[in-house]
Design a protein around this ligand. Structure first.
Ligand code: 6YU
Length: 494
């Protein structure tokens, strides 16, 4: 066993950086990070829209409180606003649903009263809560969260809203359709029928009212990298193959092959590439191929697209206290499983906008949210086409034909070749075992004793058992895999 093992980390997102940081801090000095692109951060990506900072990828620290390592790091680096540090903020338990002040517009050009949406919103939140409970109860009546919601809404509406007039009922159905689209964004899924009902409750929230980074999420990446030795990260270095179980090389049992032909021998490789990339490239990325158990979990777990469209205006057309704008389509008054014509109607999948706050920092900027195949199609359109469609949409919903955005910027995560989507979710038929399988190192337990252990380790958001799809989840997986190696070497020294 080598005393100064050679460790290669594939990917310089937050999980790769976290693994490198912990290894280096524990005295491992033969560590190298190979990153496919010219930048660090991966799905943490801060951009600019005019003079404003905007987050192309991760937006919030979800649950900023003591248990959240991203919050603790950001606080220690002095990267947060005073409000985020307020203990009252950290104590607030919102259960993943921020209490945003809404403005509601309908496609007929009317602004509705916020109270009008509350009954439908309450029913929807109740159904999501019940969806997350099935895991504990065992044995679920439907395969997916979508199937459960589609079966329950008509029954509950008939029961609870039986004395309500037809127009109000239709409005409430429009609200449910809108919330279904919003929930697709939250979960990074095309439809709620892609989310396994039995596994929905695996995701855990932390207390704290979500907060942002005033200087951008990438300020965290910069701080972390500044503490790593110079030259540790090699950029523009895509890895095309990880050859493990290399029987000819007893010293360094793994060989990492880069696109440029470089071959790097290592004792251990930590793979942090996104699940979307793994789904697409696992067959060429690993030699020998991944064990079937891991492969099946990679296939069962979902990885979908959620994109943002930032839109800047000269002046606001929403209320000063508004935090979210919901767009309700008049013709969506019955439960809709799918948008029927993606190319013509993709914009109908955009549930609305969040308002970038505070205005003094961001100006009058909205962030539109769109998930699924419609979002993937949007990525293929030119910026002019997207601007035109967004302008028409806003004019229609406000009834004001003169509103004209100053500029827009959209993300394109599905067509990013190193990500292939946005983030993971538990698909139909998933269980906690799939996330266990994702994080299991190679060779797997039970392999022959003469084989070198811990050759290939797996980190990244999609390998966290309950914080998948988040930055804190990803960070913890990097630390977890570094700790696995640190423990291994501390035991082997004894
Ligand atoms: C969060 C939030 N947030 C919005 C949007 C996105 C994401 N997330 P990385 O991909 O970062 O790194 C891998 C690197 O590997 C990368 O640099 C590649 O270039 C490189 N690579 C790939 N192939 C390679 C190769 N062959 N060779 C070498 N290098 C290679 N998270 O906490 N708050 O507000 C959001 C949001 C639009 C796209 C987010 C958010 C997700 C995080 O961004 C993401 O998890 C981490 O950054 C991933 O880090 P990583 O290191 O793993 O990979 C049931 C139920 C579920 C409920 N879920 C609700 C959760 C809510 C999640 N919310 C997200 C929402 C937003 C808005």
């Amino acid at each position: 066993m080598s005393v100064n093992p050679k460790i290669v980390i594939i990917g310089c997102g937050i999980s790769g950086i976290a693994a490198a940081q912990r290894l280096v801090n524990s005295g491992f000095n033969n560590v190298r990070v190979l990153e496919a692109t010219a930048r660090s951060g991966g799905r943490i990506k801060t951009g600019r829209l005019g003079n404003n900072i905007v987050e192309i990828g991760a937006n919030w620290i979800h649950g900023p409180s003591e248990e959240n390592p991203v919050f603790c790091l950001a606080r220690n680096y002095g990267l947060l606003d005073p409000e985020a540090l307020d203990p009252a903020n950290q104590a607030m338990d919102i259960g993943g649903h921020p209490p945003w002040v809404p403005n509601v517009f309908s496609s007929s050009g009317q602004k509705l009263k916020a109270e009008d949406i509350y009954p439908a919103q309450d029913m929807f939140v109740e159904l999501l809560y019940e969806s997350s409970e099935f895991q504990n109860k065992g044995g679920e009546p439907w395969a997916s969260v979508g199937d459960f919601i589609w079966s329950e809404v008509p029954q509950r509406a008939a029961e609870k809203w039986k004395d309500i007039d037809g127009a109000t009922r239709s409005l409430r159905m429009r609200v449910i359709n809108n919330l279904l689209k919003a929930e697709c964004c939250v979960n990074g899924a095309h439809g709620m029928d892609e989310l396994g009902l039995g596994a929905y409750g695996l995701y855990k929230t932390l207390p704290g009212l979500d907060c942002t980074f005033p200087s951008g999420y990438e300020s965290l990446i910069k701080k972390l990298l500044s503490e790593l030795p110079n030259g540790l990260v090699a950029y523009n270095r895509p890895v095309c193959c990880v050859r493990w179980n290399n029987s000819e090389q007893r010293e360094n049992p793994v060989t990492v092959e880069c696109d440029d032909g470089e071959r790097i021998n290592a004792d251990h490789v930590i793979v942090t590439v996104p699940l979307g990339y793994l789904k697409k490239h696992h067959s060429t990325l690993f030699h020998p191929p991944l064990p079937l158990q891991k492969l099946h979990s990679i296939q069962r777990l979902g990885f979908g697209t959620n994109n943002k469209i930032f839109v800047e205006f000269d002046s606001p057309w929403w209320d000063a206290d508004c935090e979210v704008i919901y767009l309700l389509w008049e013709d969506e008054d019955v439960l809709l499983p799918e948008i029927s014509d993606v190319q013509r109607s993709w914009i109908k999948k955009l549930f609305g906008f969040t308002v970038l706050k505070p205005t003094e920092r961001y100006g009058h900027v909205l962030c539109g949210w769109i998930a699924g195949h419609e979002s993937e199609y949007m990525e293929t359109l030119s910026e002019q086409e997207v601007t035109h469609t967004i302008t028409q949409l806003i004019r229609q919903f406000t009834g004001n034909p003169t509103i004209t955005p100053r500029r827009i910027l959209r993300s394109q995560w599905f067509h990013d070749p190193w990500t292939c989507g946005s983030y993971s979710h538990p698909g139909k038929g998933c269980s906690a075992q799939d996330l266990e399988n994702m994080m299991e190192p190679l060779p797997t337990k039970g392999s022959q004793s003469q084989v070198s252990p811990l050759q290939v380790l797996f980190a990244g958001e999609a390998t966290h058992p309950c914080y998948f799809s988040t930055v804190h989840g990803a960070l913890l997986t990097g630390w977890r895999e570094a700790d696995r190696l640190i423990t291994h070497y501390s035991k082997s020294k004894l």
